[in-house]
Design a protein around this ligand. Structure first.
Ligand SMILES: Nc1ncnc2c1ncn2[C@@H]1O[C@H](COP(=O)(O)OP(=O)(O)OP(=O)(O)O)[C@@H](O)[C@H]1O
Ligand SMILES: [Mg+2]
Length: 262
């Protein structure tokens, strides 16, 4: 987690004046801020506007669902938030830092520290133990192999897979694979978890297990952004935005937020 995000005292020291000024404009606890974000695919004769000007603030420890019809820009938005893709126009501040102004190594560092990404298709290495799959994101962390293995073991334990460490990923059920993917996303202890249709490939029982895990992560203080087509998945979040044609059509508190209000 970035303890200094939004801390004006810390921001004023060390940071350039421009950066400090920008941070003053921001909400104290915003971990994600995007402004007029556009993604336009140029296909020669035609242009596809995947995102047509998105404005979004996400505060620390929010639990946000992202819905919208197929092709409305959900994955495009998630990939940009996860720094896996870059926008055509607009600004993205991650933990207070403008992503487009970062050098590659700085971007890799902040991304590793702040973000865990869970893909719909799991993206695990087959014929490789799940312990190794979860250890892989730590390879550039500077930790020793022993420390990396220990962290990977703890992450797998947190998703209930301590008895399966030596299994290969292709020997597991869909729900277990998704749990490995979550352990891998968590192993760097990121503050933000981005999940693109995490329950899309799961039966309702295993989907429920994953949602229970998300509830727990939310309680622990993580910020969660979850893309889903399913109303009951979105209902677990506290806030839901709907995209249509690359724009935010609605942004509302969910019933869960109303019930959990003090
Ligand atoms: N590499 C690409 N080249 C051209 N167009 C693209 C590319 N990737 C996405 N698009 C287009 O951008 C739009 C948004 O796509 P995106 O994948 O973000 O939708 P989505 O909301 O995630 O849809 P789904 O619910 O089906 O996953 C679509 O019209 C899609 O065809
Ligand atoms: Mg998608």
């Amino acid at each position: 987690m970035n303890e200094n995000a939004g801390n004006p005292a810390k921001a004023a020291t060390g940071a350039t004046k421009g950066k400090a000024d920008r941070r003053k404009e921001m909400t104290m606890d915003a971990v994600i801020q995007i402004r007029e974000l556009k993604k336009i695919y140029d296909l020669g004769r035609t242009q596809v506007v995947a995102l047509g000007g998105i404005h979004l603030d996400v505060a620390k420890n929010e639990y946000l669902a992202i819905m919208g019809p197929s092709g409305s820009g959900k994955s495009t938005l998630m990939n940009i938030l996860g720094c896996l893709d870059t926008p055509t126009e607009g600004k993205y501040f991650l933990a207070g830092e403008p992503v487009d102004e970062m050098e590659d190594d700085e971007l890799a560092r902040i991304r590793n520290r702040e973000i865990g990404f869970i893909f719909q298709s799991f993206n695990l290495l087959p014929r490789t133990t799940i312990l190794r799959n979860v250890e892989l994101p730590l390879v550039y962390s500077g930790l020793s192999r022993r420390e990396r293995m220990e962290r990977a073991r703890v992450a797998l334990e947190s998703v209930g897979l301590q008895d399966r460490l030596d299994h290969q990923s292709n020997e597991l059920s869909g729900g277990q694979r998704q749990r490995v993917a979550i352990a891998r996303a968590l192993v760097n202890q990121p503050s933000i978890l981005l999940a693109d249709e995490p329950t899309g490939n799961l039966d309702s029982h295993t989907g429920e297990e994953i949602l229970g895990l998300f509830d727990e992560l939310h309680r622990q203080g993580h910020t969660l952004l979850v893309v889903t087509h399913e109303d009951d998945v979105a209902a677990r979040a506290r806030r839901c935005i709907r995209l249509r044609d690359g724009r935010i059509e609605s942004d509302e508190a969910t019933a869960a937020a109303v019930h959990s209000a003090p």
